[in-house]
Design a protein. Structure first.
Lengths: 297, 412, 311
């Protein structure tokens, strides 16, 4: 158009550039700048305050020799895989159920969605209370007569991460269900018609036709779920504080604890860098494929 | 010269010099004293400061020092400092001082002769860096106490133990009576602190210093410390199934007789007091676990960030003065369950346990504690190790000691 | 199973619920196996989702002696509103015994400007990305999306330094900016997707008529984007209202948001844990986002459909 004939590249599309200044600032100064700063200082032995005394890879050697870090990584993997799978599966199933032209759809949807309005702090506190062995589910089942019943995830090192998972799923699946429901509603009726004409069973239609068509929804969902998994922190703090012992520690908590409690910024930065690295390895190629390719206008 | 003499004289006598003219200045004071006993104690400080015509703006942050300190440090380094803040004196604020963010109190200290007032002298050492004083110690807190519920032992039909060994021997009887032998809360610092106490009590003062002061990794891996780990193993067996998090919830188990005892600092005393219990009658306290009676000169102190506002700076001086005032010291420490930092105050109101502490202090059986000797980094690694050790019954004693020695070896 | 009856409603939720295919009139199907299975599952799941809320409400209405008796699921024998009053106006942290009331207004003061600013920025930004792409825009956008995965903890320190350098540390505006920054990735993604899915002809026609960047935004895009704005408002109100970390790090005690005071109240154990007060405080803190959800209901799903489905 007429505007684009301007001689200077810089002033082309000027308004859009002005509108994007906050994004450019956030991307460059906060995300890139902050990251570079963090990586840079992870090679120093900064304690309470950042300082430029370089120690090479020492912080990283120490990090990978620390049992607590290894447990954190293991927990994040277990929690991450399970919460990804379960929130997608449960979210999709609930959405498919709600999509059956049922009565009271609004009521059900609101019920499934409301926990999402509550913060992780609140979620953690409620589930800590529900899973408390002296008052909660275990005590109630026992008082009903089944005295050998044992369900005490928050004080049992080997299963504590599942206790956290239960709370996380309770809080998060409602949103996933909403996303999936929106996706299902966006599918053209003709697809169903055609599938029925061909005599394809419902479950097969879902699995091989509908779900592939919902790719964009799954991608948005993945971004939301995965970013929450990497960042899981508040929930653990509110529910178990990482306990019993260090059985439910997660990487984000390691970062925070070592930066601020232990006053060892260098160590915290090294742990952050490892987290960033893994995020970048997984996300960047995907983000390029997803958002980089398509052109418009 | 004459002016200096005059102010010195005034400072020695009263707080009048400050209380008089200036308009009320708001001074925000941050701390992590939020349990029942603690809040009652800090109210005494606020009352005393308000009485000088200024205003104490309370900035309590709940959830123990671990939660509060990062927030305080962010505030100070972020250029939005509070008027004064609590730290455990020693190495927590070391770098803030080095970075020039904290106020040098040396002039005030000389004027008010803190070196003569504060007893034992080692307390001020924790506040001193390169010969300058940066904080005001307000109390002496010692970790090395065993709190026992008399009711629990009565119920179990065994006499109240007089030391750690008797206590361990009585554990099966307690268990049989359906009582949790030892209460250790889930917060990591509690497990780590309990071990330090065992190290000082079972291993002895020299062993403690060799490990934490000289950072002798070889010694830490040796047979003497192995004995301590054996005791810690007993402790974790006795503490199994303590399903509480906070230290005062654990104390509450002792108060209500649901648990036999707790290894906890003298701040636990405040909780017994709030619950209306009497030392000797309802509960028993054993300093140094009854094995090695000494008092560690850990404690709380107030630091004053460097402020630009001259009004506030003046109010900081008033607060520093007020904190060391004999009357404030008595009122505060009685509520807090800690010992005052000056030897010349009258503690008639002190209960049995505090009197025991004062006696030990008078005998000079004092030692430094981990806050002074170790960096926060080392402390945190220790916490991670011992919280895991106490929670995971299948972690072997040998393995734990090996890791402990490695932490000691890399300590700074 | 003969459940060939599958609904195919269009976007727009309940509005498009006409039956499709050879299904008979509804009443006959009420007790079919399929319906029993369907409603049975939904009801069981719904109970699971409601259970914590029920326990919270019930516990908050009990007195402490009753709580000590045990069963957390039993309804209160004697209803008391004292815990609510205490949580709102007199629970203590340290020396401050004014409960959550102060934090409530602080949260309002933090949330309103943060929501407005972050949505204004992200919507214009998403619009620029969708309709006025310039060279390099994609790169910045990808950085932004990757940024959504960075743990907040990593960014705390650099942001403390940046805010200190520009002199906004500890102020309300500083916190508003922080919220706008961290809300940007997801919001920009949603707005970009939404504007991309709008018919291109609209945009082209406006260009031909000579409308510029802002003209098209305000006259064409804005009026058509109510659903996505609803989604953005809901996400931001809940996100910012529920924020704890930024609130505690970037403000000072007199402007602490409600969540920080909730944490203070819950973690200030004075003697025994007062579970009833804690639960009342928890519900009070969650009330604002809950109300927003209950009121917005259908609009949320519709907006999500528009922002997330079309990629």
């Amino acid at each position: 158009m007429s505007k684009s004939e301007r001689p200077s590249q810089l002033f082309r599309n000027l308004n859009a550039k002005i509108a994007s200044i906050p994004m450019i600032f956030t991307a460059l100064v906060i995300f890139v700048g902050g990251t570079v700063w963090t990586v840079f200082y992870s090679f120093t032995n900064s304690k309470l305050l950042p300082r430029l005394h370089f120690v090479g890879l020492d912080q990283y050697y120490r990090l990978w020799a620390t049992p607590r870090w290894l447990i954190s990584i293991e927990n994040l993997l277990i929690y991450g895989v399970l919460s990804l799978v379960f929130s997608l599966v449960i979210g999709f199933l609930l959405a498919a159920l709600l999509d059956q032209k049922i009565r009271f759809e609004d009521t059900f949807r609101t019920i499934f969605l409301y926990p999402f309005a509550l913060s992780f702090i609140v979620t953690g506190l409620v589930w800590q209370w529900l899973l408390n062995p002296e008052f909660g589910v275990q005590a109630v089942v026992r008082s009903l007569g089944w005295t050998s019943f044992s369900f005490n995830p928050l004080y049992d090192s080997s299963i504590v991460i599942y206790g956290i998972l239960i709370a996380a799923l309770w809080q998060g699946t409602g949103l996933i269900m909403c996303l999936m429901l929106a996706g299902l509603r966006g599918i053209d009726e003709d697809i169903w018609k055609a599938a029925r004409v061909d005599g394809i069973p419902t479950w097969k239609t879902y699995l091989f036709i509908i779900i592939p068509m919902m790719r964009p929804v799954f991608i948005t969902t993945l971004v939301i779920v995965a970013s929450n998994i990497v960042r899981v922190y508040d929930l653990v703090v509110a529910q178990t504080s990482g306990g019993p012992g260090i059985a439910s520690e997660v990487p984000a908590k390691y970062v925070y604890d070592y930066m601020f409690f232990a006053q060892n910024l260098g160590q915290g930065f090294a742990a952050s860098t490892m987290m960033l690295l893994s995020v970048i390895i997984v996300i960047v190629p995907w983000a390029y494929l997803e958002f980089g390719g398509k052109k418009r206008v | 010269m004459r002016y200096q003499l005059m102010t010195a004289a005034l400072a020695l006598t009263t707080a009048l010099q400050f209380a008089g003219p200036a308009a009320a200045t708001d001074l925000e004071v941050t701390h992590w004293w939020t349990s029942g006993g603690e809040a009652a104690a800090v109210a005494e400080l606020a009352k005393a400061f308000d009485a000088t015509g200024n205003h104490w703006v309370d900035g309590a942050i709940a959830g123990s020092g671990g939660t509060a300190r990062p927030i305080m440090i962010s505030r100070i380094t972020g250029g939005d400092p509070m008027g004064a803040t609590q730290f455990n004196h020693g190495r927590q604020a070391e770098e803030l001082v080095q970075a020039g963010l904290m106020r040098d109190l040396t002039d005030l200290a000389t004027k008010e002769k803190w070196t003569e007032i504060v007893q034992p002298k080692s307390l001020l050492d924790g506040c001193t860096l390169d010969g300058k004083i940066y904080c005001v110690p307000v109390n002496i807190h010692s970790w090395q106490w065993l709190w026992l519920s008399n009711a629990a032992f009565e119920k179990a039909g065994v006499p109240v133990p007089k030391n750690w060994n008797e206590y361990v021997a009585a554990a099966p009887a307690l268990e049989k009576a359906g009582i949790q032998p030892l209460a250790v809360g889930g917060q990591p610092w509690q497990a780590s602190g309990a071990f330090d106490v065992l190290l000082a009590a079972v291993g002895g003062t020299d062993a403690f210093l060799k490990v934490y002061k000289d950072k002798d990794a070889e010694f830490a891996a040796g047979p003497e410390v192995a004995k301590v780990f054996k005791a810690a193993d007993d402790a974790r067996k006795m503490a199994k199934n303590t399903n509480v998090q906070d230290w005062n919830q654990a104390t509450n188990l002792v108060i209500t007789g649901k648990a036999g005892g707790q290894i906890m600092g003298d701040w636990a005393q405040g909780e017994f007091q709030v619950a209306g219990q009497t030392a000797g009658k309802d509960y028993t306290c054993l300093p140094g676990l009854g094995l090695n009676e000494m008092i560690a000169t850990g404690g709380d102190a107030f630091y004053f960030p460097l402020l630009k506002d001259p009004e506030k700076s003046k109010a900081q001086e008033v607060l520093a003065h007020t904190l060391l005032d004999p009357k404030t010291q008595v009122a505060f420490n009685l509520k807090k369950g800690s010992l005052p930092v000056r030897g010349d105050v009258d503690l008639k109101a002190a209960n049995d346990c505090m009197k025991k502490g004062l006696e030990i202090l008078a005998k000079g059986n004092v030692m430094p504690w981990t806050d002074q000797l170790l960096s926060q980094d080392t402390q945190k690694q220790k916490e991670d190790l011992f919280s895991e050790f106490f929670a995971k019954q299948d972690m072997t004693v040998e393995d734990a000691q090996k890791r402990f020695a490695a932490i000691v070896g890399s300590a700074d | 199973m003969s459940d060939h009856v599958v609904s195919l409603p269009a976007i727009g939720g309940a509005g498009g619920l006409e039956a499709y295919g050879p299904s008979g009139p509804k009443p006959r199907h009420t007790f079919s196996r399929r319906n029993i299975f369907l409603y049975g599952t939904l009801i069981v799941v719904a109970l699971y989702y409601l259970l914590p809320l029920y326990v919270m409400v019930v516990t908050s209405l009990k007195g402490m002696p009753e709580i000590r008796l045990g069963n957390i699921f039993s309804p209160p024998m004697e209803i008391t509103f004292e815990p609510w009053v205490k949580a709102w106006s007199s629970a203590c942290t340290g020396l401050n015994c004014d409960g959550l009331s102060r934090g409530f207004w602080n949260s309002v003061r933090i949330t309103i400007p943060s929501v407005i600013l972050s949505i204004a920025l992200a919507s214009v930004n998403g619009y620029a990305l969708a309709n006025w792409r310039f060279k390099g825009a994609d790169t910045f956008f990808i950085i932004l999306i990757v940024g959504a995965f960075i743990p907040y903890q990593v960014m705390i320190y650099p942001i403390v330094i940046i805010l200190r350098e520009v002199g906004l540390y500890g102020s309300l505006s500083g916190l508003v900016i922080v919220h706008s920054i961290f809300g940007m990735p997801i919001l920009t993604l949603l707005f970009r997707n939404y504007f991309t899915s709008m018919p291109e002809e609209l945009f082209r026609a406006a260009r031909v008529d000579g409308a510029g960047f802002w003209g098209i935004y305000f006259r064409i895009m804005l009026p058509m984007s109510l659903p996505i704005f609803v989604v953005a408002i809901i996400l931001q109100v809940t996100g910012i209202w529920n924020d704890f970390l930024f609130g505690v790090v970037y403000t000072r005690p007199d402007t602490y948001p409600m969540t920080v005071q909730l944490n203070n109240i819950v973690n200030s154990v004075q003697g025994v844990k007062e579970y009833n007060v804690n639960m009342a405080a928890t519900i009070l803190t969650g009330l604002v986002p809950l109300i927003v959800y209950f009121l917005s209901g259908k609009l949320f799903v519709r907006g999500i459909a528009a922002g997330a489905v079309k990629g």
